[in-house]
Structure formats: C-alpha cells, structure tokens
Design a protein around this ligand. Structure first.
Ligand code: G4P
Length: 529
C-alpha cells in the first residue's frame, strides 16, 4: 500500500463535518438525530430511527438491557451527505453513568452541538459534557429545543449560558413567538423571517416560507416586534457570530428548534455545513501535528462487543485523522508495531452496517473483529505516529467481582480482560486481594450492570458483586502506597495501565490520610471534583 500523500485527501477532508450532540437525557437528542437524517434524506419518515417504547430502534436496542431500561449505551455513527458535504454524527450515550464513554466519543469529533430543553436550560449532564468539550477546546454550537412547548424567556436562556458556562452566546436566528407558540425565526444575517408550518405528526419536513421583515410584521405583529427588539439588544451588545471566536471555543452560535416538528432543523443542518470546523491536523503524543493529507493515520476511540446479536462480534471504531483509508490496507498498529489487516472495514449505525471501501479525515471506520485493538490505539500507514492515550475518568463506585462457579474461572478472567480493554469498567487489582477478586471501578453504577450482564451472556460466567464502601479515587505513588494501605477506609490498587489508584471512603478520610503523606502523593484524576 502506498504511503505517499494522496492529493485526493486535500479535496475530501475539507468536505467533512464530524460532530456529536451533547445533552441531558430527554432534551431531544434522538429526535434531533432523526430529524437531521430526515433533512439529509437518509430516511424517508421520522419515527424510523429512534425508538422508544414499541417503536423500532436502530440506535439503542442492541442489548436486552438497553431495551428494558430504554437507555442507549452504545454509540453509533450516522453519516449524512448534504450536497457536497459529508456529515458524520457520532452518537453518545445519554446516561450520566456512561460519561467516560461519551468523553471518548467527544475526543473523536471536531465540533459539538449542545442541545438544551427550552424549559430546563442547562442541566447537570449538559454541564459535565460541556466541560469535556472545554478541556479539549472543541467548538460548540448551541441548539435550544422544544420551542413549541412552554419554556423560559430566550434572553434568560442566553444569560444562563453566558453566566454558567463562561462562553458568549451569539444567536444565528431568533424565535418569533414565545416558547409554546413557535411561529418561525428571524435570520440574524438577513433580518427576514423563516415561517414554519406543521406537517401531520411531524413525520416529514416542516413547511418553511421565507418572508421579508415587512410581511413578518404584518403577519405576526407584536410577536415579530418583540423578536426584533430582543435580537437588536443582543446585536448592539456585540453578541454576533465571530468565526474565529467560535473556533477558539470562546463563543457559541445559538439556534432555536422544535425537533419533533422539524422546525429549525434545516437551519441547524445548514449551520453545521457552513460553520462546523473542517478536520484539522491531529496532534500526536509528542505534540507534533500530523497534516490531514499526510499518509493514513487514525485512532480507536471506542471498542464495542455484541452489537450484532447473531455474531456477538467486536467492533473497534476508528476516527480517521490523516490520509485516505482504503479497505484492505495493511496498517501498522502503533502499540505493538504489528501489521493490522483492514479487510473487514464497515460503517456502523446501530444494527445497520455497510462495507466501507474508503474513508477520509473526519470519517469513522468500524473495524470488525479487531481483537488486537484497544481504546486509544493508533493505526497508521507510512511514517510512524502515535496519538495521545484517552484519559480514564475518576471512578466513584467500586465493587469486588468474583466468579460464582470456580470451574469457569478461565472464562471469567477472559471476560474481565475484555471489559477492561473495551473500557466498559476499570479493573483494579492488588496482591492483597489476589487475581481472582479484581475490583471493578466505575463512574456510574450502571456500568456494573453492563459488566456483569456481559460476563454472564458472553462468557457464561455468573458473578458475585460485592460493593466496597469507597467513594473517591486519586492517583498515588509507590512510596505512599504502604502508608495508605495501613489506614482504615483507604486502600491502594493497581489499574491495568500501571496507574496506582488510592481509594477512600470519603473526602474527610482522604484529607486525614493526606496529612500524613508527603506533598504530591495524591494526584487528581480526570473528571474528579
Ligand atoms: P433524548 O434522546 O435526548 O433522551 O430525547 P428524545 O429525543 O428521546 O426526546 C425526549 C422526549 O422529548 C420525547 O418524548 C420526544 O418526543 C420529546 N421531544 C423531543 N424534541 C421535542 C420538541 O422539539 N418538542 C416537543 N414538544 N417534544 C420534543 P417522549 O414522550 O418521552 O417520547 P416519544 O414517545 O414521543 O418518543
């Protein structure tokens, strides 16, 4: 396979827009995803992709547990083609317990859409995910959804964004009609109005009529006047879109939608097309950028097993960072230096799969049965490159796991290794506890349910889970380990990546122990308070 830069890449990469939606559960992420697919003509009718209750769910029904609980644990990738632009929408699990998973997905995107419920504004999970974007400097587009239902004042919502997130909201359009009476939007560029009209059940595209300011004033009277005045207020205080500020993640363009009615969704799609950043050079572990038209490189941001019920296979999701990916390429696996065959490359969206023949920077490739690949691994062609490992979150829940049946110890061990490699849970061990009783560590307790469910289903290993009374974790040093281990309500374990993790029952316990340790013995973990 050639390792010289492909001139085609220079043309293809700037056509990509790769983003994820960050939101609190119920803000309307699935509905919006579906509406975007409808607008990009990827589906014929809304209601065919996202599934709750009895509806067929492409996104979220791979695991019985997900179906039973109506939550989405898996992340999938939806690719939409809009004119000459290729949009990659990476799905993220909505539940807070899977925020580590979501963070990994966010590490693979160039932009995020922050979706808010107009009545609720910023919610805890939105804040947490926004913070993950801030850490990475990811530009964020804000969408205020459910404008067809009673909600807060639009100016109050913008103030909340500015005050609590410290980012300048710059409306690209402004709603005509209060929340609950969504008539349309003023386009802040032209000053004209796009008036929306409903279609039965919101299953097909909404009616959109462009009218000038005079006609809008005639049709909408005081509602139009209020909208104009509010927008003018923002414009005069400088809350207008500045592309450099947006790319630097200091400002966030704001749009208003009613995803369930498909109102404002065409505007969002157009915004993503026009404003979302193009794939940029990706920075390697040494801080060196790899140009997008350099030879192929990509990294695995997610490994998932059991997406296909009949095969229970393992898919490694790789974000292309540079060059052209061609199915069949033999790549180098940076972690081991071994060759990696890409015969079975696919695009994966929930259960839907297609063979993928080529991909460009910004695209996501699903590598099927890629048993050698772990989360964070780099694959490349040509000159060697290694991208930074993905940080592990600070776990807050801990439990000892044991196999109920000693005759299945081997399967149990294999299962634990796999869950660890996939990042389903963190696995901690110590000589004191022994290899047969590893400690599972999780950001949220539902991760334990997934882990035990999979040990049982995929490895035939029935388990016993014994919760430990610890509530927080810090990285620590070899020198501090014996001191901590000698204390009550504290213990040191080793994560499989070699990190020493000190566990404490609570903050007070931790500070008492810390007072007996040299400075710098307890180090914060990513995502900790
Ligand atoms: P999520 O993925 O972020 O969790 O949210 P989801 O799309 O499932 O939407 C949560 C609920 O909010 C759904 O109602 C959905 O129909 C509704 N919704 C989404 N967008 C809008 C909107 O723009 N306006 C209004 N009024 N509702 C919206 P549900 O009753 O929980 O489920 P369903 O049976 O309608 O699917």
């Amino acid at each position: 396979m050639s390792s010289t830069p492909d001139p085609d890449v220079a043309g293809q990469a700037p056509r990509r827009r790769t983003f994820a939606v960050i939101s609190h559960p119920d803000a309307g992420k699935s509905t919006l995803t579906e509406a975007l697919a409808l607008h990009a003509h990827a589906i014929a009718e809304a209601g065919s992709v996202h599934g709750k209750g009895t509806r067929r769910g492409v996104v979220s029904d791979w695991l019985d547990m997900e179906q039973a609980r109506g939550i989405s644990i898996t992340s999938a990738v939806l690719q939409l083609k809009v004119d000459d632009v290729v949009i990659n929408l990476l799905d993220t699990p909505g539940h807070a317990d899977f925020s580590e998973d979501t963070y990994r997905v966010l590490s693979a995107v160039d932009c995020a859409v922050m979706l808010l419920d107009a009545a609720k504004g910023l919610e805890p999970q939105t804040l947490k995910l926004f913070e993950a974007c801030r850490v990475r400097g990811t530009p964020v587009i804000t969408v205020i959804n459910k404008w067809d239902r009673p909600g807060q004042e639009p100016l109050a919502l913008l103030d909340e964004i500015a005050d609590r997130l410290g980012i300048r909201p710059t409306p690209l359009n402004w709603p005509v009609g209060i929340a609950g009476d969504f008539r349309g939007v003023i386009d802040s560029d032209t000053g004209g109005m796009t008036q929306f009209s409903r279609t039965p059940g919101g299953a097909t595209l909404a009616g959109r009529e462009r009218i000038d300011a005079q006609e809008a004033a005639h049709r909408h009277g005081p509602d139009w006047q209020t909208a104009v005045e509010e927008l003018e207020l923002l414009t005069s205080s400088g809350q207008t879109h500045d592309h450099d500020e947006f790319l630097a993640a200091r400002s966030t363009p704001v749009l208003f939608t009613a995803a369930v009615l498909n109102f404002g969704v065409a505007e969002l799609l157009e915004t993503v097309k026009q404003l979302a950043p193009r794939p940029q050079p990706w920075t390697d572990v040494d801080g060196q950028p790899r140009l997008v038209d350099a030879p192929f490189s990509g990294f695995v941001f997610k490994v998932q097993t059991g997406m296909d019920r009949s095969h229970r296979d393992r898919v490694a999701f790789m974000r292309v960072c540079s060059g052209r990916f061609e199915r069949g390429m033999v790549l180098a696996h940076a972690a081991t230096g071994r060759p990696f065959q890409t015969k079975y490359a696919q695009s994966v969206f929930g259960r839907e799969r297609e063979t993928i023949d080529e991909a460009y920077p910004g695209d996501v490739v699903g590598l099927v049965n890629a048993h050698a690949l772990h989360v964070g691994d780099t694959l490349h062609d040509g000159p060697a490159v290694r991208y930074p490992p993905l940080p592990r979150f600070a776990p807050e829940h801990f439990a000892v796991v044991r196999s109920r049946d000693t005759s299945r110890t081997k399967q149990f061990r294999r299962g634990i290794d796999m869950l660890d490699q996939e990042g389903v849970v963190q696995v901690l061990v110590s000589d004191r506890r022994g290899a047969q009783a590893p400690v599972l560590a999780a950001v949220g307790p539902m991760q334990f349910d997934v882990a035990t469910h999979r040990l049982e289903q995929e490895f035939g290993a029935q388990t016993l889970l014994e919760p430990l009374g610890y509530g927080l974790a810090r990285r620590t040093t070899t020198a501090a380990t014996p001191v901590i281990d000698g204390k009550q309500g504290a213990e040191v374990l080793r994560r499989t990546d070699g990190t020493l993790v000190a566990l404490f029952t609570n903050k007070w316990r931790m500070s008492t122990v810390a007072s007996e340790l040299p400075e710098g013995s307890l180090l914060p973990m990513f995502g900790a308070d």
